[in-house]
Write a new protein. Structure first.
Length: 274
């Protein structure tokens, strides 16, 4: 069934993440005539997509008589306070404001809106660019079941969607999945660098590391087994994998280091949201 809205959608910010969402909506059949884009200079690929589908983009949206069904905020957090107050004036009683900006709380949006407006705060991650992201969302008290269904459908265009009841959980979510791709990329760098130290040529080591991480992720995606069982399936008693895991699973190994990293990212997320 095609993606449909009971009204227009304003997309503020058509950069990498906003553009990925836009492409997903169009692919799922959302009527281009329902979409209004506020972005003074979209990336070339997104600008071409907008042009091909007859969607105009504006530095500032013209005044509108009809409030949008959805006001989706995809601008960078550092310019949100400059951009949102003007857009907030376009929201009506039935509008849901959906944010994908890191570090911006529900309260920071409510300050600029009339009382009773629905607001959803969400955190996607960069695999959204290939339709394999995961987004976690939290809602204020004014979000109805219908609002939630619409936001769920819009976010599902870029991957999986999960909801939390407590907005405070968005901070550890940011630390795990929002920042998580960077940890995986760094793991790939470290795996390649270790291969070079073990004697491999740099280009071969990087090729092996990239293919191993990407392939393992795809295997985990397709498998019904948990990551612990997939790990055990690779590990022969007292074999080469076992020897490496004795290091990685030691008291000073990967788990305590990752825990420290996640706690540091969570703390920073809370600091940025103040």
């Amino acid at each position: 069934m095609a993606l449909a809205l009971d009204g227009d959608l304003i997309l503020a910010g058509a950069g990498n993440m906003g553009g990925a969402m836009l492409a997903g909506w169009l692919e799922q059949g959302l009527d281009p005539k329902r979409i209004l884009v506020q972005d003074p200079s979209p990336p070339p690929a997104i600008a071409e997509l907008l042009k091909s589908r007859g969607i105009a983009h504006h530095a500032t949206l013209p005044k509108r008589e009809q409030p949008p069904a959805v006001l989706l905020m995809a601008v960078k957090p550092q310019i949100m306070d400059d951009v949102f107050p003007g857009l907030a004036k376009l929201a009506g009683p039935k509008t849901v404001v959906l944010s994908i900006a890191a570090g911006k709380t529900i309260a920071s949006f409510e300050r600029h809106l009339p009382k009773g407006i629905a607001v959803v705060r969400s955190i996607p991650n960069t695999p959204a660019a290939v339709g394999r992201g995961i987004t976690v969302a939290a809602a204020n008290a004014h979000v109805t079941a219908a609002h939630r269904q619409v936001c769920d459908a819009l976010l599902a265009a870029i991957g999986e969607v999960a909801w939390v009841d407590d907005e405070a959980l968005i901070d550890p979510v940011t630390a795990v999945s929002g920042s998580g791709p960077a940890y995986v990329f760094y793991l790939t760098e470290c795996l390649a660098a270790a291969g070079v130290k073990a004697g491999l040529a740099p280009d071969l080591a990087l090729r092996l590391a990239r293919a191993t991480v990407a392939g393992s992720g795809e295997l985990m995606h397709r498998s019904t087994l948990g990551p612990d069982q997939l790990r055990k399936n690779v590990t022969s008693p007292n074999g080469t994998t076992y020897a490496a895991l004795q290091v990685l699973m030691s008291d000073k190994g990967l788990e305590p280091l990752m825990t420290e990293a996640i706690l540091a990212a969570t703390k920073r997320s809370r600091e940025l949201a103040k």
